[in-house]
Design a protein around this ligand. Structure first.
Ligand code: ARG
Length: 472
């Protein structure tokens, strides 16, 4: 049955805690105090934790078995009501905890009032929030794994496709497109590691700390921890209700992940620009212009790039909220969830958009090859060749190569378009064998060092990364 509660503030004292209040809050107080619009997302976790708490209270003889059963049955009914959309959340009841408890009282009567024995909203909200974040981190891990799978598939297909590698966004040395994508597989792997590590500290149970000091009732926190899948109950009741570093760690990891996504996003924007033309993006992840009919704008990539700002904003906001807060709980902490929810929503979208873009992205071999013709991109290979063929110290080889580059610049040609006679004017030790190292394909093929860009290495790296990250 649907609950009929108005969302406007009421002139009565709060039925949950207003025993010593003569009247209700001012409208402004009700508005600033209420968190229901944000924390109703915790309803499933709130009900799950309440059921575990009620079961424990009954097992410990703190509640009668009859009341325990009625509470658990009522909570199940409320869950169904919320999921069917029939439940009406009330601003006057402030938050998700009191909305659910008030409804429980409507359903099962006075026994509902016994559910809050040996707990407080302080340990309750911290528990719900940790349960929610744990699930969210697991979902995010799966989403990141999917992004890695998309990158790995592309990297495998284009393990041998040479493109210019850049430093300072200046052509530096040829790399393969696959190798470039694998760099992001590594970054994403570290992001997953960070989140997994932070999860350990999320996964501790605050419930049972009660308001701040613990409780005089003979509760069993280990049982509740086990039932809710937490590794252990938190050791200190004051810490349990006031700690939010678990949320900060999530936001810090989210921000770092955001910086990685923004770098890939920026590269996609650059690659897709006609001046580069290295990749073609799909219609699915771009948009046209309402005035310029030729446009295919990389909107998804731009938005992913921009959303890093929200993530850092959330991290900054929560850091400032927590800084200087005295123990234990203070209402400031109610502001934690909005930041974390927004960051999680932002990441869910950004990671999925990135995976979609990567899957659809078509590298453009011709444009990459054309770009490889400029910038004397195999100059290092020439210098390395001098070291190997003529046993010249690298510093000297670098110097000689610089002069050969200048010659090519003057003649307005590529290094491999110089004649051997041209090169010999710079250094008599040049031989025609040098021409075998001046093409981009041979340049990438030669870089067989561990972690290098040679196609054989890239193919191996794809295989290893599939094992490390996809368990495949
Ligand atoms: N809505 C509150 C929050 O999110 C729940 C805890 C309220 N505790 C209190 N002592 N008023 O933080």
């Amino acid at each position: 049955m649907a609950k009929k509660t108005s969302t406007s503030s009421r002139p009565h004292a709060n039925p949950m805690w207003g025993g010593h209040y003569a009247a209700g809050p001012s409208a402004i107080m009700a508005e600033i105090n209420a968190s229901i619009d944000v924390d109703k997302r915790l309803y499933a976790q709130d009900i799950r934790a309440s059921k575990a708490h009620a079961g424990m209270l009954a097992a410990q003889g703190i509640l009668s078995a009859k009341d325990g059963k009625a509470i658990i049955k009522g909570l199940d009914a409320i869950l169904r009501e919320i999921e069917s959309g029939a439940f009406v959340f009330s601003t006057a009841l402030e938050d998700v905890h009191m909305n659910i408890e008030a409804r429980l009282r409507e359903m099962i009567g006075d026994a509902a009032g016994r559910l809050h024995t040996a707990r407080s909203r302080n340990d309750q909200v911290a528990t719900d929030f940790r349960l929610w974040l744990r699930d969210t981190m697991d979902e995010l891990d799966a989403a990141l794994q999917d992004l890695q799978a998309a990158l790995l598939d592309k990297a495998e297909t284009y393990a041998a496709l040479p493109m210019p590698g850049f430093t300072h966004l200046q052509p530096a040395q040829p790399v393969t497109f696959g190798h470039h994508l694998l760099a992001y597989v590594e970054m994403t792997g570290r992001d997953r590691d960070r989140l997994r590590d932070a999860r350990k500290r999320v996964n501790e149970l605050p419930l049972g700390a009660a308001a701040l000091a613990g409780t005089s009732f003979p509760i069993d926190r280990v049982r509740v921890a086990k039932e809710l899948g937490f590794d252990r109950p938190m050791a200190n009741s004051l810490d349990a209700v006031s700690a939010r570093d678990f949320a900060l760690e999530f936001l810090a990891s989210a921000t770092i992940l955001g910086t990685h996504l923004s770098r890939l996003a920026e590269e996609i924007v650059i690659w897709a620009s006609p001046s580069f033309g290295f990749v073609k993006l799909s219609e699915a992840f771009t948009s046209g212009s309402s005035i310029m009919p030729q446009k295919r704008n990389p909107d998804a990539a731009e938005l992913v790039r921009a959303k890093t700002g929200r993530l850092l904003g959330a991290f900054t906001a929560l850091t400032v909220i927590i800084k200087g807060l005295p123990l234990a709980y203070a209402k400031d902490l109610q502001e934690d969830k909005e930041q974390v929810f927004d960051a999680a929503d932002t990441l869910r979208l950004s990671v999925a958009a990135m995976a979609g873009m990567v899957r659809d992205m078509q590298p453009q071999e011709e444009a990459m090859n054309e770009a490889l013709q400029h910038g004397f991109i195999t100059a290092t290979d020439l210098a390395d060749w001098l070291v190997r063929a003529a046993d010249i110290p690298f510093r000297d080889a670098h110097h000689i190569t610089g002069k050969i580059v200048r010659l090519a610049e003057q003649k307005n040609c590529r290094l491999d378009e110089l004649t051997l006679a041209d090169m010999k004017t710079v250094d008599a030790r040049m031989t025609k064998a040098v021409f075998s190292v001046l093409g981009p394909a041979s340049a990438v093929a030669s870089r067989t060092s561990l972690g290098g860009t040679a196609p054989v290495k890239v193919k191996q790296a794809v295989k290893q990364a599939r094992k490390r990250f996809l368990n495949a």
